[in-house]
Design a protein. Structure first.
Lengths: 550, 143
């Protein structure tokens, strides 16, 4: 069963419709204010009798005032970010007039404000001259309160406001029907106390205006919805509201003119209504079917893409497994021959000392050094591949403490050096603790290494931001580098210094870059020859940037 | 005092030669028996034709037939060899090997360095610790 009051599914509103409904709501505000003003003008110029006998009775002056008040209140309420107080004051005034009039009817006490503006000598639709009919008064009380609730963006209040507006619309609509069919009990409470037709139409309009003023919430949200339900509602609701009245009008005119009798007119309306409804239902069914088909086509497309994605994921995981096996095998098998070269080289020197001249010993020394160096290269290469293979965790990491620990290790390793570490306190990041340690080890290790030719050195670790992302930097005052080669720094096995000058395999920065990128960040370097270097890397928090999910 | 025998499970003859060389240089005159694959090692240690229990097993991980981790698992499943000291000595630095070895009950995990001097040092330290310093678990049927 479809419930209008509490839709279980909320499809986001179409922004264009929301804007259009707001504009329509404001226009309704202007319209009903103009209606009220026109009525007051009629009273001012004494046209009430003329109009009464010409087209029908005017609404009471107080009702006209209420329309001006509520209409202006609605216009103000539609303005985004406008002052709330004026709108609320106007709405409160209208509600007060409505409530006071109801109190008059209820208690029988005349509060002497019914004929405050004009003396009512038409005696149209009223047993008390100038007094608004009780149903009209109730409708204004409801609309006034609704308009008071409207500016608060709170969901529950908006719902209540919309419910009140719908109630007021219903009162107006019933009165409209009464006028249409000439059935006075539908617009008049006591025999001679009723709602004038302009007031009935105005109330329906005003209620609709209140509903349209907040098209994102509650019942109106359905009309503004971007979904199929919204389309259906936009199609059917105007038809349901307008068509029966349109069909009834000529029939009733015929009845009044004495051409048709009421039963004949009703039969014609029924036939017409059936036809129109059948057409509308078929048209909306076709439109829904088309939408449905389009949606199913999209679903099929998504399924195809999904299958493709899954296939690729399986491929990728197979490749990853192969890579894993390859690295494992490298780790085991590539190192074993090196051990033999190194070991038997040493054995050669030890066992054949007598026959091996010094130059031979020197050659063996070079062979051994090379095999050891290759061992380090293999280790570093494996480390580089490991930083992309290992599963990554995301948790808070205390960068300051990490940097201090690494700095202490470096200082312990070479106690003779005079290096001052300045590490900013309270640096925190989100990421994998093991991998981030590796980044800092590489950056601080580099800073330590490339300041080794200085008598004393200063290494700074600090936090900053870059493009709104948290960033960290490691700065030294060491050998630095030529910015022309900055692009080469992060390539595997790329080195800007000769091995004799500074040791290393050229893997550290490549590893650091891979780790930072896996975290969704970037790393870059700034420096100048003999003027130190600064390495900065960003680490987006979860949800920032395009960090990897694993 | 009974002789303390080392069982070296190693398929690489070069590594075997280097290891024996390192032991000899460190003046540890223990007998070293060698098993060339996992199956040979298991035959030596468990089963109907088992030899007298060694004092220490030095176990490589990457072995023909039955790999080192499987050997370790079976040794720990047998009553006779449950408490036998096993040192894993391997080229691997992969964390999974390290974790798995300890999980299966290895007493120690040592990585073979490329540098022979370091390799000899490691072997010597191992031998000294496990054969001299360490008090081995009592074995009922030790030869």
């Amino acid at each position: 069963m479809l419930s209008l009051a509490s839709p279980t599914v909320v499809i986001p509103s179409a922004p264009a419709l929301v804007a259009r409904y707001r504009a329509a709501s404001a226009a309704i505000g202007v319209l009903v204010s103009a209606l009220g003003a026109a009525m007051l003008a009629g009273w001012t110029f004494g046209l009430q009798h003329l109009l009464h006998h010409g087209i029908g009775p005017l609404m009471k002056p107080n009702a006209a005032v209420c329309f001006i008040l509520t209409g202006l209140s609605l216009v103000l309420a539609c303005r985004e970010g406008g002052a709330r107080a004026p709108s609320a004051a106007l709405a409160a005034a209208a509600a007060l007039i409505g409530l006071a009039t109801m109190a008059e009817w209820g208690t029988g006490i005349d509060l002497r404000f019914d004929e405050l503006l004009f003396r009512d000598d038409t005696l149209a639709y009223t047993s008390v001259p100038g007094r608004i009919a009780p149903n009209t008064a109730l409708a204004f009380a409801l609309l006034g309160v609704a308009l008071l609730l409207l500016p608060s963006g709170e969901r529950l209040r908006l719902r209540i406001a919309q419910a009140l507006a719908i109630a007021a619309m219903a009162i107006g609509a019933v009165a409209c029907a009464g006028h249409l069919y000439g059935v006075s009990p539908l617009f008049a409470v006591a025999r001679r106390t009723g709602m004038a037709l302009p007031a009935a139409v105005g109330l329906v309009l005003l209620g609709a205006g209140v509903l349209l003023a907040r098209p994102e919430t509650g019942t109106s949200a359905l009309l503004a919805s971007g979904g199929a339900g919204g389309t259906l509602a936009r199609w059917l609701l105007p038809v349901a509201a307008v068509v029966p009245a349109l069909l009834a009008l000529p029939g009733q005119a015929g009845v009044r003119a004495g051409i048709l009798d009421q039963a004949y007119a009703s039969a014609l309306v029924t036939v017409g209504l059936t036809g129109v409804l059948a057409w509308v239902v078929l048209a909306s069914a076709r439109s829904l079917d088309a939408r449905d088909e389009a949606r199913r086509e999209r679903e099929r497309q998504v399924e195809r893409l999904n299958a493709e994605l899954q296939r690729r994921a399986i491929e990728l995981s197979a490749v990853n497994k192969e890579l894993e096996a390859f690295c494992y095998s490298v780790s085991h098998d590539l190192r074993a021959p090196l051990r033999s070269i190194d070991g038997f080289g040493q054995a050669l020197v030890e066992d054949c000392e007598a026959v091996l001249p010094p130059v031979g010993v020197s050659h063996v020394g070079r062979i051994r050094a090379a095999s050891q160096r290759m061992g380090h290269l293999i280790d570093d290469l494996l480390q580089l591949s490991r930083v992309t293979r290992v599963a990554m965790r995301r948790e808070p990491v205390d960068v300051s403490t990490l940097a201090r620990e690494i700095a202490a290790e470096l200082s312990r390793g070479t106690p003779a050096r005079k290096v001052t570490f300045e590490i900013e306190a309270g640096l925190a990041a989100q990421g994998d603790p093991g991998l981030l340690r590796l980044v800092l080890e590489n950056l601080l290790g580099n800073a330590f290494k490339f300041t080794s030719k200085r008598a004393s050195a200063r290494i700074v670790v600090g936090g900053t931001t870059r493009d709104g992302l948290p960033a960290f930097f490691v700065r030294d005052d060491g050998a630095g580098f030529d910015m022309a080669y900055a692009g080469k720094l992060f390539g595997a096995f790329q080195r800007l210094h000769g091995a004799a000058e500074f040791g290393g395999t050229g893997i550290g920065l490549a590893s650091a870059q891979r780790i930072v990128r896996r975290h969704g960040g970037e790393i870059w370097a700034e420096g100048a020859v003999e003027q130190g270097a600064t390495f900065t890397f960003t680490l987006p928090a979860r949800g920032q940037g395009e960090g990897e999910a694993t | 005092m009974t002789e303390k025998v080392i069982l070296l499970v190693e398929d690489n003859p070069d590594d075997e030669a280097l290891m024996i060389r390192a032991f000899q240089r460190s003046k540890l005159a223990n007998r070293i028996d060698v098993a060339r694959d996992g199956a040979e090692a298991l035959a030596y240690l468990v089963g109907p034709s088992a030899r007298p229990m060694p004092t220490l097993v030095i176990l490589d991980l990457k072995l023909p037939k039955v790999d080192g981790l499987e050997v370790l698992r079976r040794l720990r499943a047998e009553e006779r060899t449950r408490t036998l000291p096993v040192v894993v000595l391997t080229s691997s630095r992969e964390e999974q090997d390290l974790v798995e070895s300890y999980r299966l009950g290895a007493n120690s995990y040592v990585r073979k360095p490329v540098d022979f001097i370091q390799f000899a040092d490691a072997t010597q330290t191992l031998g000294l610790y496990w054969l001299v310093v360490n008090e081995p678990p009592p074995q009922k049927d030790r030869a």
